[in-house]
Design a protein around this ligand. Sequence first.
Ligand code: MLT
Length: 266
Amino acid sequence: MQAMVGGIRMHWREAGHGPRTVVFVHGFPFDGSLWDDQLERLPRRWRLAAPDLRGFGRSQMGLVDGPLTMERFADDLALWLDHLGIERATLCGLSMGGYVAFAFWRRHRERVAALVLCSTRAGADSAEAREGRRAMAELVRRAGAGAVADVMIPKLLAPGTPQARPGIEDRLRRIIEAQPVESIARATEGMALREDSTALLPTIDVPVLVVAGTEDGVAPLVEAERMRDAIPEARLVEISGAGHLPNMEQPGAFDTALTHFLEAIE
Ligand code: MLT
């Protein structure tokens, strides 16, 4: 589905109906199709919506100068919820989607019914991580999205995933290579600029599910434990045999955890 929202064409996938809406926010450098398994398999009694963030998938970049910040993505989501007539939603953000969820909490918390923080971290980038971002932005502008796929895919999955889920690497590569170079570069720059959300954690007074793959090398389990410990109403589910993308690597376990969480807060 698509609509003009805040001056850009926003595109999203949707399934199910019901008073409760779950908004799935994708990670970097993907689009809403990261959540195809969930939209296909989760119970239909919830409204499930997976937008393509600005510049990704079939959503337009618009007239943005400079980095794509987490705040901009969060404000886009608020406008899009207005368009859909949705007052409050459960936000489920994976990795960069989690950074967007923190920015959304900072700016639009009255619209958050609950949060799912998957494969993400509350802290800002270290100086070393920022240097890595600079190199990544330079790489994609020089060598294209395929070079980003080459660097990222081996880091994203648990060692056993490619055998357990044949085709998953090709699927990830297809999604990454479909993203515009400038969107990848500017979202990289936006992540480097993101605020530290650690001090925000104790203020999150809605139910929170933290999800972590036990073999995630990008956002290690200890980050998830820190979020669980600092957020008043958080529980942590560890997904074994998953790396950074538990919803794709172990969709059965991920969907069960999410379903139990959503049922418990109904
Ligand atoms: C993601 O999966 O969204 C990115 O790996 C997040 C990051 O680079 O910090």
